[in-house]
Ligand binder design. Structure first.
Ligand code: SAH
Length: 459
């Protein structure tokens, strides 16, 4: 079948791609379609063609799949955030489970892996789960101030102040700020010219403490923001408002936050808890965005680590020490390694807040720090935990891990493909997968978190 750009075609969706997109086959030619569900029959417009496959856009759903649902959010389709809201949550979970299984089978070479996989841990309530939001501020075609989210692969702002996956408090915050800007003639920042003041509104909520933080990202200092004290008074009417600050970002860049924080009200941080551990979170801190499911994830990591109180644990790619401190509750000693110095500062503060004295942190690349500490100081581990970014672990790190012969390796991953690649390498070097759990941290998106327990095979 030969397609041309802009041609229309009727397509039956018979499969799902890695990102959750629909796939249809017309005479053996595969078409990838966003917003299409397995079982849909759609009218599609061809957008782009390659030799063996192409991309198309759903123009009309002719016959909906039984798994298609009406998105809760009216801008689910144009907004670049949720890519799967049109698919029932149950099917989203099935998709994620299968994605992990397929990767472990095909890339990891693990044939009967399903036997080792626990049922997926989905959310009880797959809406309003995020504790952090970053809303760009701009003007629409009519010249009105808007805040919302960027459309997929663009910087066009899709107005949306009551995002279905964010905490409901955001709507009140955004309304107050936009009203204030309107009344006081405060301009939104314009990326094209570099003029204007307000770039982003960043909010964070401590789910267990109820504390709320608002951070205005400005192209200038807080002095430039007219009548900030009035806005502050108005924001303080919101229950839980604990921290109001300004982040100064004068760079012509896509980076949302600059380095400088100016306090406006309260301390420049809030607190949240995961299980029994309390974390201090500032506007620049990395913190897991779904605290409820993070607890599920860390409890799995804890269970798989099999701690009795005697173990030495290395937590690599530790961020602000979230997993390290969680495990320190049951380990003899935990060592964390993380590349971002500010994250390690947070980790140390968090250790102090929780009176945890058996956790020590190193700044540096995991693939440099661990080999160095092993070669120079002969460090030891009963358990090694890794939680790398999407690209997975460095080969040099995996080599050192294997040399250290820990009893167990707990691999926490946000990308099943690189997870499977690394699990294969560890599998060829004396480690066997004993358990796998998939935890849904990000409903309505294709992302998924996995925890794998690998145990050393005694020879
Ligand atoms: N375990 C943490 C964070 C995981 S995110 C948590 O659950 O909150 C992955 C972390 O790896 C990020 O903090 C990132 O800064 C860090 N990182 C990226 N490359 C790294 C490397 N080569 N060595 C050490 N840390 C790295």
């Amino acid at each position: 079948m030969e397609f041309k750009k802009n041609q229309m075609a009727e397509v039956y969706i018979d499969d799902m791609g890695n990102e959750g997109e629909g796939i249809g086959h017309v005479d053996g030619y595969a078409l990838f379609l966003k917003n299409a569900v397995v079982g849909d029959r759609v009218q599609a417009k061809i957008i782009k063609t390659k030799k063996n496959y192409g991309y198309a856009r759903v123009e009309k759903v002719l016959e909906p799949s039984k798994d298609r649902v009406t998105p809760v959010c009216p801008v689910a389709r144009p907004c670049g955030g949720c890519t799967l809201q049109h698919l029932s949550y149950e099917k989203q979970l099935e998709f994620k489970f299968r994605k992990v299984k397929n990767c472990l089978e095909r890339i990891g070479g693990l044939k009967d892996i399903e036997d080792k996989m626990e049922p997926i841990y989905g959310m009880e309530e797959p809406y309003h789960y995020r504790n952090k939001a970053q809303f760009p501020v701009g003007v629409n075609k009519a010249g009105d101030l808007v805040a919302g989210f960027y459309a997929g692969k663009s910087h066009q702002i899709i107005p949306c102040i009551d995002c279905a996956i964010q905490h409901p408090v955001n709507q009140r915050i955004l309304k107050k700020i936009l009203d204030h800007m309107e009344k006081n003639h405060i301009q939104a920042y314009d990326e094209k010219t570099g003029n204007g003041l307000v770039r982003h509104i960043v909010t964070r909520v401590g789910f267990s403490t109820g504390e709320v933080m608002v951070c205005l990202v400005l192209n200038g200092t807080k002095k430039k923001f007219r009548n900030l004290d009035q806005l502050t008074d108005s924001l303080l009417e919101i229950e839980g408002m604990t921290s109001i600050c300004v982040n100064v970002n004068r760079e012509r860049t896509n980076k949302i936050l600059g380095d400088q924080i100016q306090e406006v009200y309260g301390p420049p941080y809030i607190y949240d808890d995961i299980g029994n551990v309390r974390y201090q979170i500032g506007p620049l801190s990395f913190f897991q965005v779904n605290p409820k499911q993070t607890k599920v994830l860390y409890e799995k990591a804890m269970e798989y680590a099999g701690l009795t109180g005697d173990e030495t644990v290395w937590d690599l790619y530790c961020g602000i020490g979230t997993i390290s401190l969680f495990l320190a509750q049951k380990a003899k000693q935990v060592y964390g390694v993380e590349i971002v110095p500010a994250a390690i500062d947070d980790a140390k503060i968090n250790a102090k807040i929780n009176n945890i004295t058996n956790a020590e942190f190193f700044v540096g690349k995991a693939e440099e720090v661990l080999p160095r500490e092993y070669e120079r100081n002969g460090v030891y581990a009963d358990v090694i935990v890794v939680d790398p970014p999407r690209k997975g672990c460095d080969k040099k790190l995996l080599d050192t891990m294997v040399q250290m012969k820990p009893k167990r390796i707990v691999y926490v991953s946000c990308d099943p493909a690189t997870l499977a690649r690394d699990v294969k390498i560890l599998g060829e070097n004396g480690y066997q997968v004993s358990k796998v759990s998939v935890v849904d941290q990000f409903s309505h998106s294709g992302h998924v978190e996995t925890v794998v327990l690998m145990s050393r095979v005694e020879k």
